[in-house]
Structure formats: C-alpha cells, structure tokens
Ligand binder design. Structure first.
Ligand code: NAG
Length: 318
C-alpha cells in the first residue's frame, strides 16, 4: 500500500475495492456473468441508438429521447463494469483515490441525466396523450434538442459543484471499500475530518435531483392515466396506452430500485444484500431498457426487422 506522509497523519492515496470476496471459484463465474451482461447491454443499447439514427420513422422526439437514454445507459455501465471485469480477471483491486472520485463523478452525471431524461420522456408522453392537438406545436425537434441538452447540462453542473468538494477530501485509516465500485457512502466513511457540510450538500442535490423528476413523472402519468380512462373506445385506449407502456415499465424499474436502495436500511442489512441490490440497479437496469423496447415497442420492432431484412438481402447479393 502506497502512503503519503501528511503533517501529522498518513493519507491514503489508493483504495482497495473488495468487490465480491476472495473465493477463487467464484471469481471466474462472476467474470463471465458480468462479461455477458456488459456485452448484451452495449449491444442492445447500440442497436437502439443505431435504429433511432438510421430509421426515418423514428425521427420523432419520443425516439430521440430514447436514443439519448440508450447513450446514457451505455455510459452508465461503462463507468464501472470494465474496471470490475479487469479486477475479477487479474485480482488487482487497487484504485487511486483520484480515480475513485472521477468514477463517482461520471457515475453521478450519468445517473442524474438518466433521471432527467426519463422525466423528459414522461412530459413528452403527457403532451402527446393529453394535448394531442397542440403536441406538434409544443414538442418540435428544437424543443426536444433543448430538453435533451438541458438534461445533460443540469447534471454536469450539479455534479461539478459537488465534486469540487469531493476533491478536497482526504482519506486516512483503513483503505478498504467493501463494494464493487466507488460509491458515495462507503467513501465518506473512510474520509478523515468533518464531512457533515458535504453530506448536507449531497443530500440536497440528491433530494432535488430525485424528487423533482419523480414528482413531475408522477404528475405526467397521473394526467396520462386519467386521459386514457376517458377515451370511450377500448381500441383507442389500447392504442394510447401502447405508446407509453414500455416507458412506464422502464420508469417503474428505475424508481423501484432507487426506492429500494433508500428504503432498505443500510445499517442493518448484511453487505451481501446491499451488493446484490447494487448489482441490480447498476448492472441490470441498463440491460432491461433495450430488451423492453425491442420486445414491446412496435416501431422499434419494425425498424429492427427492416435492418435485419436489409442485411439479409445484402448478403444474398454479394
Ligand atoms: C439525442 O437528442 C438529440 C436532440 O433531440 C437528437 O438530435 C439526437 O439524435 C439524440 N441522440 C440519439 C443517439 O438519439
């Protein structure tokens, strides 16, 4: 372990991410499991991005936002899975403190952008279903671009503000983090000195960043459900519901896991359970999004079929 002599304290310059224990039989299995998850996530989300960019029928705000969401989810898994894979393979679990903070920074931006994009997608569905006559006037490609850019810029600014504090922290004592990526609360436990201001700032940023999108989403879906129930014909109801059902599933999974994390008390739950929940919300949610859209959404399915047919014809010709 590398150490730097401070004036009267020994500062840590490297953390050890304990990951999933030392069991030598478990490591190759976990490596394969996460490798498969990573490949499927990147492939599935890249497919959606490619379809949204290439297919003219998908050049609408709803699918532009979906394409952006897939970008975010690819970044999200890429912030920690490649590193986890390397450490499962080589057994090298050390990560420099600065590296850990950068990982947390990028992770924060991406997670925040994801929540905001999901909110933008709910507002888009709200306008489409509840204000159908004004939809094309209210939600054109310029507004959509501003929305998407707004999501990225807001997260970038709020996370930069938090990170200026994080970079000033020093760490001493033990350098072992019992987790598989650099998460905020285990890092706080290892910090020396007072972190109460920082924790307050983070609490406010996280609360505003979670509750405002969550409330907007709930409000949009409340209006959407009321509007759908008012549609007299059942085919009309089904049609309106089908355009937002995939998004509703993705939303439920996202907020379901976020709420589980906050409701399941950290102090009394064994670390294993905490890690399993973390795996679900960090590694599995980005994978579920493309699966749901590819299985349930007719436009995406049609676009995918067309691409496959085209490549099939291309192979026959050559
Ligand atoms: C993200 O959103 C912008 C703004 O609407 C759009 O131009 C862009 O194509 C989207 N990106 C993807 C990958 O869908």
């Amino acid at each position: 372990m590398e150490k730097m002599e401070g004036r009267n304290q020994t500062y840590i310059v490297e953390f050890i991410l304990l990951g999933f224990g030392n069991d030598p039989d478990l490591q190759p299995l976990l490596f394969l499991l996460f490798l498969v998850i990573y490949i499927l996530t990147v492939a599935g989300n890249s497919l959606i991005i490619a379809l949204v960019v290439l297919d003219q029928h998908l050049h609408t705000p709803m699918y532009y936002l979906l394409g952006n969401l897939s970008c975010v989810e690819t970044c999200y898994t890429s912030t920690f899975l490649p590193r986890l894979l390397v450490s499962l393979l080589t057994g090298d679990r050390a990560i420099p403190v600065k590296g850990c903070i950068v990982q947390l920074f990028i992770f924060g931006i991406v997670a925040n952008t994801e929540a905001l994009l999901l909110t933008a997608m709910s507002c888009d569905r709200y306008l489409a279903i509840c204000q159908p006559l004004r939809y094309s006037a209210l939600m054109n490609s310029r507004v959509c671009f501003q929305l998407a850019a707004g999501c990225w810029i807001t997260s970038l600014l709020s996370c930069t503000a938090v990170n200026t504090f994080l970079f000033q922290l020093t760490f001493c004592g033990s350098n072992e983090i019992d987790h598989f990526f650099c998460d905020f609360s285990p890092m706080m436990k290892l910090s020396c000195g007072d972190t109460s201001t920082l924790q307050l700032v983070i609490f406010i940023v996280a609360a505003v960043g979670t509750f405002v999108p969550c409330l907007l989403t709930l409000a949009s879906y409340g209006c959407i459900i009321v509007a759908i129930l008012r549609i007299p014909s059942s085919t009309g109801r089904k049609k309106a519901f089908s355009t937002c059902s995939s998004h509703l599933i993705v939303l439920s999974i996202f907020y379901g896991t976020v709420i589980t994390i906050y409701v399941v008390p950290t102090a009394n739950t064994p670390n294993v359970i905490h890690k399993i929940i973390s795996v679900i919300y960090t590694a599995l949610t980005p994978l579920i999004n493309p699966v749901i859209y590819c299985l349930r959404n007719k436009d995406i399915k049609d676009a995918a079929r067309k691409v496959i047919l085209k490549t099939g014809l291309f192979q026959k010709q050559s």
